[in-house]
Design a protein. Structure first.
Lengths: 205, 161
C-alpha cells in the first residue's frame, strides 16, 4: 500500500482514550451536581461535531447553532441519566439529530410550497467551493473529496470531527451500521489517499 | 465487544481526517460565537429547567437612518410559550416587551452575561412584561414557576439583542 506523507494536520491522537474518558467522566459528575460550568471543556470539544450533524440534516448555519444550543440545554435535565462519556456523546448526537428534524419540519410547514422544497433539500456537503480555500494543498484535498461517492463524503464529513474513541457511538447515533463504518471509513480514506497520490498537482508533502 | 469501527486508524488516516476537519472548518465554519452562546446558556445555577425552543424569529426595519428596527422572537416550551418584541432605542439600548401564553403573573428573569446582574420583573395578569434600557449582547429568559407550583422554570436559549 502506498503511503502518502502528509504535511498538515495533527498526527496521532496525543491522548489515550482512557484519559479522555476519565476527564469527561469527572466533568459529568461535577455538572450533575449543579456545576454546569464543568461542561465547558466538553462543550468546546463536541460543538463542532454537533453543529455539523445539524448541518448534515439540511439546516442553515443559524438554525444549526440554535439546535446545538437547545441540545445542551436539554442535556442539563438529563445529566443524571448519563453514566459514561460515550453515552454522553451518543445522547448529544442523537438529540441534535432529532432537534434538527424538528426544526426542518417546522420550517417546511411555515414556508410556502416552492420555498419548502428548496429548503428541505438534503445538504450533505453544505458549503461552497474550493475558491474559498487559499491554500493550494487544501484545494487539492477538497477537489478529491468531492469526487468520492456520496456515502464516503457524508461519512467523512461527520467522522472528521469525532474523537477516536467515539467513532462507534457516533456511527450508531447517526444510524450507520456500526459494523460497516470501520471498513467504509477505511475504504474511503484509502481511496482518497490514492487519488491524492495520483494527482500531479499534489506535492506529496 | 469489539467491532471494526473500534479498530485503530493508522496515523496517516488520522492525519487526513484531522486535515479534512480543518478544511470543513474553513469552507463552512460554525458561527464564531457558538461556544460562547452555549456556555452562557447553560451557565444556570441548577439543572432543573424546561427548554423553550426558538420557533420563530422575525425582524422588521433596518435600524438605519432612524427607521425603527424590531425583532419578534417566539419560544415554545411544553408548558408555556414566551414571545418577545425587541425594539431599538435611540440611545443604543433596547426595550423588550414580552408576553407569556398561557398568561400568568410569574417572575420573569432576564439573564445577561457577567458582570451584569440578572433583571427580574413580574408579568401582569395578562402575562405581559417589559425590560427597558437593556444593553445589546447575549441574553436569556427564565420564567419561574409560582411559589405554590411544583413545576420547573422555563428557560430559553441564549439570543442576541
Amino acid at each position: 500500500m502506498t503511503v502518502v506523507t502528509l504535511g498538515s494536520g495533527k498526527s496521532g491522537t496525543g491522548h489515550a482514550a482512557t484519559d479522555r474518558a476519565a476527564r469527561v467522566g469527572a466533568c459529568l459528575v461535577r455538572a450533575t451536581n449543579g456545576e454546569t460550568a464543568a461542561l465547558s471543556e466538553i462543550v468546546r470539544e463536541l460543538n463542532p461535531l454537533l453543529w455539523r450533524v445539524a448541518r448534515g440534516e439540511g439546516l442553515t448555519a443559524e438554525e444549526s447553532a440554535d439546535v446545538v444550543q437547545t441540545t445542551w440545554l436539554e442535556l442539563l435535565r438529563r445529566l443524571h441519566e448519563i453514566r459514561s462519556p460515550q453515552a454522553l456523546t451518543s445522547w448529544l448526537v442523537t438529540t441534535t439529530r432529532r432537534e434538527a428534524w424538528r426544526v426542518r419540519e417546522l420550517s417546511r410547514r411555515q414556508a410556502p410550497d416552492g420555498a419548502a422544497q428548496l429548503e428541505s433539500a438534503p445538504d450533505p456537503d453544505p458549503g461552497p467551493s474550493e475558491r474559498l480555500l487559499a491554500d493550494e494543498r487544501d484545494q487539492v484535498l477538497w477537489r478529491h473529496v468531492q469526487r468520492l461517492p456520496e456515502r464516503c463524503r457524508k461519512l467523512l464529513h461527520v467522522v472528521a470531527h469525532v474523537a477516536r474513541p467515539d467513532y462507534a457511538v457516533v456511527a450508531e447515533a447517526l444510524g450507520m451500521p456500526v459494523g460497516s463504518i470501520g471498513p467504509t471509513r477505511g475504504r474511503c480514506l484509502a481511496k482518497l489517499r490514492e487519488m491524492l497520490q495520483a494527482d500531479p498537482g499534489w506535492s506529496g508533502l | 465487544m469489539t467491532n471494526s469501527a473500534d479498530l485503530p486508524l493508522d496515523d496517516d488516516d488520522q492525519a487526513v481526517l484531522d486535515w479534512l476537519a480543518e478544511v470543513y472548518a474553513l469552507l463552512d465554519p460554525p458561527p464564531a460565537d457558538l461556544d460562547e452562546r452555549v456556555l452562557f446558556a447553560i451557565a444556570l445555577d441548577g439543572v432543573d429547567a424546561e427548554v423553550a425552543r426558538l420557533s420563530e424569529q422575525l425582524t422588521v426595519g433596518s435600524g438605519a437612518r432612524g427607521s425603527e428596527r424590531t425583532s419578534t422572537i417566539t419560544f415554545d416550551a411544553d408548558s408555556r410559550a414566551v414571545m418577545i418584541t425587541v425594539t431599538d432605542r435611540a440611545d443604543g439600548l433596547v426595550r423588550i416587551d414580552g408576553w407569556l401564553a398561557p398568561a400568568a403573573a410569574l417572575r420573569v428573569e432576564l439573564r445577561l452575561p457577567e458582570p451584569a446582574q440578572p433583571r427580574i420583573v413580574i408579568a401582569n395578569a395578562a402575562g405581559r412584561f417589559t425590560f427597558d434600557g437593556v444593553s445589546r449582547g447575549l441574553a436569556q429568559l427564565l420564567v419561574h414557576p409560582a411559589a405554590d407550583d411544583a413545576g420547573v422554570r422555563v428557560v430559553t436559549p441564549a439570543f442576541s439583542l
